[in-house]
Write a protein that binds this ligand. Structure first.
Ligand code: GLC
Ligand code: GLC
Length: 799
């Protein structure tokens, strides 16, 4: 709940979880789109605008010369009360002035291509009130990039139709489009506008539209320029009376051949059907209830009861919600992703999956197949694919040599969650070629083999364009301003190798070996195990720097991330992945590396990526050294990889350190420093400025980041210690010794487990005893129970 509209940065929410989506800020800014934020943008938005966040789903109230907005913006008339409540798939923004309250519920119902806005007006005074309510949205001419650039054409194409209280946006419908949008209200209107300049006046902003200030719509009809939709309602309220009106911003497609009912008259039947579904308040209530039930269902799979309310707020709702939002939006549209940029990342999508597979396993299954279908026969992968076509993205290319291995992670986590070994038999194409398919299991084998087939002179995996760190471009050598570090031609003959991929290969290679064994592919298991053993030796020989793991070898075979380097002596990624792979755990190197992380990378706000930060551009390192110190991949706190260190600490049984790192970047714990942190204190940001930055602690790029998945994965499976396993739930908490206990409700393969962990001896880890429904288990693996059953699991930690 936000009670001051002047947040340090717009604090947003995401509406919609299927095909119709909206982004909404706490002051009602934002936009909507259908499926694709670039090609099917429904309403217009201007990124990086001044003032920030201008344009959105606005309402204006005009009462006797006083004009205000329930969301404070755009009018910015001081309110007696303001409140924005962001919830799971909905937001409620309320303003009150002079005892008139206006509450707007924004939501995208399930199964509907529309945003519903219910405006509830309450007269809290003892006098009769008579006032006007104006609505406002601005249409985008569909292709968001073209809309923001091709003015010579676009100022002449805009078209609308108006019928009753509905304003239809039909630009380009006369030619090749089979879709239009509309904005309606379930009331008769006193007037309307559909031409922006008529509504605003040529030189006004959204804060003072002429039509609103003069309390008189122009009944304008847009021809070209900028079409909008605005309704004018006259409202009378007795003392104490409350009235609600329902606005609907919808999108419809019309079958070819049925597009028009007369020349120039669009077929409105599909819109009218949609409008009928939200005509009365009961229908809106029902849809809202259904949406709530949907989210309750998703979140109920993992719920923790714990004395730390911040932990509960994150784990039980917002962190899981962020994982679902990231699933739905990938990296396409947020306050930092403009919706016109990226496709879906091969590596990103696989990692995102570990944060939502427990909530929507069937959709995770589809996603895995989609991703694997873009893989090449040799195991390599397009770095990105386009969500609409599901085809690999040629423009970005391939050769990011960590990509293939992430498929093993996602598939394994899916099988752990569901027990669905059948997915491995699924026939999946290579490079979307339906005539060239192999089982998903074979795809995993190709992923593994891709590393084996691409080793460098030390026997470490060749890095290719880059590994997880997209900005460590060891073969790029770019000297041309503006050239993309990710797509430019790489220098031939490089021998750059990645210790990070080596650690990853051991970690996910062993997972692959387990899978082989489980399905009886023993020969493959033995072969793979031999490659892994060899890689371990190579890491021991060439991957250890004395106090920590080396990061890479550059194009010329020189160490990256070594004490020998002038800057960038130590990097976080190889510490995380080598230790997660178990390397150095038994001989003290892991501890040493983690102590080095603590000493050199940790700071007040999290763990930075590398140290010392690069203070100049180093052509042989590429983009990493292009960022000023403390930002992004150059010694920023990349919240995505902090959990790798947390997991590493849990593997050494160090619950205090894991928790301390977790807490440092966990959003609710940052609420107090919001003025510094800036982004929403309920979701993770990709990056927090590191200790070398101008303003350490300031976050950027909130919401759409792999950080959400990795942190949920870490807290639920490695700290709270409830880890899905092929044969049940593995219970292995690693927590601060001071914790007395907690409870987790976990739904798993159709059964419910009520898990109560108690820590009478004050230990950090070590399960002394587990009782399942009162009977003692021999090991800390809770078996799969009957679907539909509810089971109690008592876990007693101790020495
Ligand atoms: C636009 C184009 C121009 C073209 C003209 C007539 O002005 O920029 O190239 O000749 O339209 O179609
Ligand atoms: C961005 C990319 C991700 C990459 C990370 C580190 O988050 O989406 O793929 O791993 O940056 O460079």
């Amino acid at each position: 709940m936000i009670t001051d509209p002047r947040t340090p940065y717009p604090w947003i929410n995401f509406l919609g979880c299927e095909e119709f989506f909206s982004i909404l800020t706490n002051t009602a800014g934002g936009y909507s789109f259908y499926k694709d934020a670039r090609l099917r943008r429904i309403t217009r938005y201007r990124y990086n605008n001044v003032p920030v966040d201008d344009g959105g789903k606005y309402f204006y109230i005009h009462e006797n010369g006083t004009v205000w907005s329930p969301g404070w913006k755009p009018v910015r008339r001081e309110l007696d009360r303001y409140e924005c409540r962001h919830g799971m798939g909905y937001s409620v923004i309320t303003g009150e002035l002079d005892q008139l309250e206006a509450e707007v519920l924004y939501m995208v119902p399930l199964g509907v291509h529309a945003e519903v806005q219910r405006v509830r007006l309450t007269n809290k005074s003892d006098r009769r009130r008579s006032f006007s309510l104006f609505s406002f949205v601005e249409w985008c001419l569909w292709d968001a990039l073209d809309d923001a650039s091709n003015f010579q054409r676009n100022f002449s194409t805009g078209q609308v139709e108006i019928a009753g209280s509905t304003i239809y946006h039909k630009t380009e419908y006369r030619e090749r489009r089979d879709h239009y949008a509309f904005y309606t209200v379930n009331q008769e209107v006193a007037g309307y506008d559909s031409d922006r300049e008529a509504f605003l006046g040529m030189y006004n902003g959204f804060d003072a539209p002429d039509a609103v200030m003069e309390c008189r719509s122009r009944n304008s009809h847009a021809h070209g320029w900028s079409p909008i939709a605005s309704h004018h309602l006259r409202i009378e309220l007795d003392p104490g009376e409350e009235k609600s009106v329902v606005f609907l911003l919808g999108y419809v497609e019309v079958p070819a051949g049925e597009k028009f009912t007369a020349r120039q008259v669009i077929n409105k039947a599909p819109a009218e059907q949609l409008i009928k579904r939200f005509e009365d308040l009961g229908q809106v209530e029902a849809a809202f209830g259904e949406l709530g039930g949907f989210w309750d269902g998703l979140l109920s799979v993992f719920q923790v009861e714990h004395p730390e309310k911040e932990l509960m707020r994150s784990v039980n709702s917002w962190n899981q919600y962020q994982c679902m939002v990231t699933f739905n939006f990938s990296r396409s549209a947020s306050f930092f992703e403009s919706g016109i940029g990226r496709g879906m990342g091969f590596r990103d999508s696989n990692q995102d999956l570990i944060g939502f597979v427990h909530q929507v396993p069937e959709r995770a299954r589809e996603r895995i197949i989609d991703i694997a279908s873009t893989q090449f026969e040799d195991g390599g992968a397009y770095h990105q694919y386009q969500p609409l076509t599901k085809k690999g993205n040629d423009a970005v290319g391939s050769n990011f040599n960590d990509d293939p291995l992430w498929l093993i992670l996602s598939t394994d986590e899916y099988i752990r969650e569901t027990g669905d070994w059948g997915i491995l038999d699924e026939q999946v194409p290579f490079d979307n070629d339906e005539s060239n398919k192999a089982s998903l299991f074979k795809h995993l084998g190709r992923s593994f083999q891709h590393v084996v087939n691409n080793l460098g002179p030390h026997g470490l995996p060749l890095i290719g364009r880059a590994d997880w760190n997209d900005c460590l471009n060891l073969n790029c050598f770019s000297e041309t301003p503006g050239e993309s570090f990710q797509t430019t031609e790489n220098r031939e003959g490089g021998v750059a190798e990645s210790v990070f991929i080596a650690g990853m290969f051991v970690l996910y290679g062993e997972v692959y070996v387990d899978i082989c064994r489980r399905i009886g592919e023993n020969r493959k298991a033995v072969e793979a195990a031999a490659h892994i053993a060899a890689m371990r030796e190579v890491i021991d020989k060439h991957g250890w720097d004395g106090e920590w793991f080396v990061r890479a070898y550059d194009h010329f075979g020189e160490k990256v991330g070594s004490n020998e380097c002038e800057e960038g002596k130590i990097f976080i990624e190889s510490q995380g992945f080598c230790i997660m792979a178990g390397i150095g755990i038994n001989d003290g190197r892991a501890r040493k590396a983690l102590d080095s992380v603590k000493e050199r990378l940790d700071c007040e706000f999290g763990i930075v990526l590398n140290n010392p930060a690069f203070t100049r551009y180093i052509v042989k390192y590429g983009e990493i050294s292009s960022y000023p110190e403390g930002y992004k991949e150059n010694a920023g706190i990349f919240c995505h990889n902090n959990p790798w260190i947390m997991i590493a600490e849990t593997l050494l049984g160090n619950g205090e350190a894991a928790w301390e790192y977790f807490r440092k970047i966990c959003p609710p714990y940052l609420e107090e420093i919001s003025d510094l942190h800036k982004t929403e204190p309920y979701v993770y940001a990709q990056m927090i400025a590191g200790k070398d930055a101008h303003k350490p602690g300031e976050a950027k790029n909130s919401w759409l980041t792999g950080t959400a998945a990795w942190n949920f994965y870490t807290i639920s499976q490695f700290i709270l210690g409830i880890r899905p396993h092929y044969d049940g739930l593995l219970i292995h908490p690693v927590i601060p010794a001071s914790w007395k206990g907690y409870k987790v409700t976990r739904k798993f393969r159709g059964a419910t487990y009520l898990i109560e962990v108690s820590n009478p001896d004050g230990v950090s880890s070590g399960v002394k005893e587990i009782l399942l429904n009162g009977s003692r288990l021999q090991a800390n693996l809770v078996p799969v129970c009957d679907p539909g059953s509810t089971n109690t699991v008592e876990v007693i930690l101790g020495k």
